[in-house]
Design a protein around this ligand. Structure first.
Ligand SMILES: [Mg+2]
Length: 397
């Protein structure tokens, strides 16, 4: 056993003063008959962190009756609200390792559980419980989920907010290739359904300019942010197929599955969507009807790590891929690393968001090197807050 892994395991054990988990990190250890130490959730907290320029972020913490803690964040404001109003009282006193049981119980006992805010709240709980589980067993989440062969993942450059003036566009695209990104995604402006549509010609020209800039050194993906109608999307797809885009993302809102199905019949370009999927059933419906080939469920919105894992399994049945939405990094990285490359080939790296304040309080922010992001071996998600950046911290729930 590597010295580093041994000490991570030992750290988790000393906190718990139990022997059984050592069996999980050291197969040769002769554990007593007791399989695990029962523990209950004692408290669930939302922490408000304040930093320079009044920057604010929320993290969720779960505390057990034997002193173990799970930490996850930053989480969305919607999650904060739902954790307080709905989920906290349902989690106190429960076994924090029984994540499947908790998920099923809270999903079935509320008539609005298919809604977005409910799912966002469930995701926050599920994710912090996975962090706790990792700390209990002394292993990073991606190893608990069955991964281990990949600790570096391909990240694609997600270019939201960059100039699309021809010179700037081509210069940025070339620089991303030079930085080592083998894939990049650009966002196309609204089409026919917008009052001030930029015109089809312009959205075709962006593709031509990018292919000219990167040659065959990069895959190109495009996101229409739900702003097109079927006619516009068909016309765009027919004109840009010769530039070989890897996928077209969210030409329509996910409620319009019929438009996805029709477009898929009209073009050879793979269609992608899923950042607004809540639960595994949306993925099943889109894949089963051959509407898309790439699922982009978001582990902070779809129901957490537990649910994204199920979505990966569904996608594998259809020979489709899951490349999670890049709203966050850690949960996506751990799930992707746990799956075969064929199912989960890469993660999204939203350059502007991840390079801004999003990871501000994290002592170990994730940035790609030569187009690859690296998973840590710290237990759970391995989040460590940077005390030097926290000007004020308080428990708000
Ligand atoms: Mg998108």
């Amino acid at each position: 056993m590597e010295r580093r892994k041994f000490f991570f395991g030992l750290g988790a054990l000393s906190a718990l003063q139990v022997t059984a988990p050592l069996k999980a990190v050291n197969p040769g250890f002769s554990a007593p008959e007791k399989i695990r130490v029962p523990m209950k959730v004692k408290d669930l907290q939302v922490l408000e962190l304040l930093g320079k320029n009044k920057y604010r972020a929320y993290y969720i913490k779960v505390i057990t009756d034997n002193g173990l803690e799970g930490l996850y964040g930053p989480i969305d404001n919607e999650a904060v609200m739902m954790v307080n109003e709905v989920f906290k009282k349902q989690l106190i006193g429960q076994d924090p390792l029984a994540t499947e049981d908790f998920w099923q119980r809270v999903y079935t006992n509320n008539r609005h559980s298919r809604g977005s805010y409910y799912s966002i709240g469930m995701s926050a709980i599920d994710n912090v419980l996975w962090d706790l589980k990792g700390k209990y067993l002394g292993l990073p989440v991606f190893r608990l989920l069955g991964g281990g062969s990949r600790d570096k993942l391909r990240a694609y450059a997600s270019c939201l907010g960059f100039s699309q003036e021809p010179d700037a566009l081509q210069e940025k695209a070339k620089s991303l290739v030079e930085q080592g990104f083998s894939h990049q995604k650009w966002f196309l402006k609204g089409g026919s359904s917008y009052m001030e549509a930029p015109g089809l010609d312009k959205n075709v020209e962006v593709v031509r300019l990018l292919r000219e800039a990167v040659g065959d050194k990069s895959d190109l993906m495009f996101d229409a942010s739900c702003s097109w109608d079927l006619s516009y999307a068909v016309a765009w797809a027919k004109r840009v197929e010769k530039y070989s885009p890897r996928w077209l993302e969210e030409p329509f809102q996910s409620a319009r599955i019929e438009s996805f199905i029709e477009l898929a019949k009209e073009t050879s370009i793979s269609l992608a969507t899923g950042e607004h999927f809540y639960g595994r059933w949306d993925s099943q419906e889109f894949l089963g009807s051959r509407a898309i080939r790439v699922v982009q469920a978001d582990p902070e919105w779809c129901g957490g790590v537990s649910e994204l894992l199920k979505i990966c399994h569904i996608a594998s049945v259809y020979g489709a891929q899951v490349i999670p939405h890049g709203h966050s990094m850690l949960t996506s990285m751990h799930v992707v690393a746990s799956q075969p490359d064929m199912v989960c080939p890469m993660v999204e790296f939203l350059i502007e968001k991840m390079s801004g304040n999003y990871q501000y309080f994290d002592k170990n922010p994730v940035f790609p090197e030569k187009g690859l992001v690296t998973l840590s071996e710290r237990p759970g998600f391995g989040i460590e807050l940077d005390d030097s950046k926290i000007e004020n911290i308080k428990v708000i729930l």
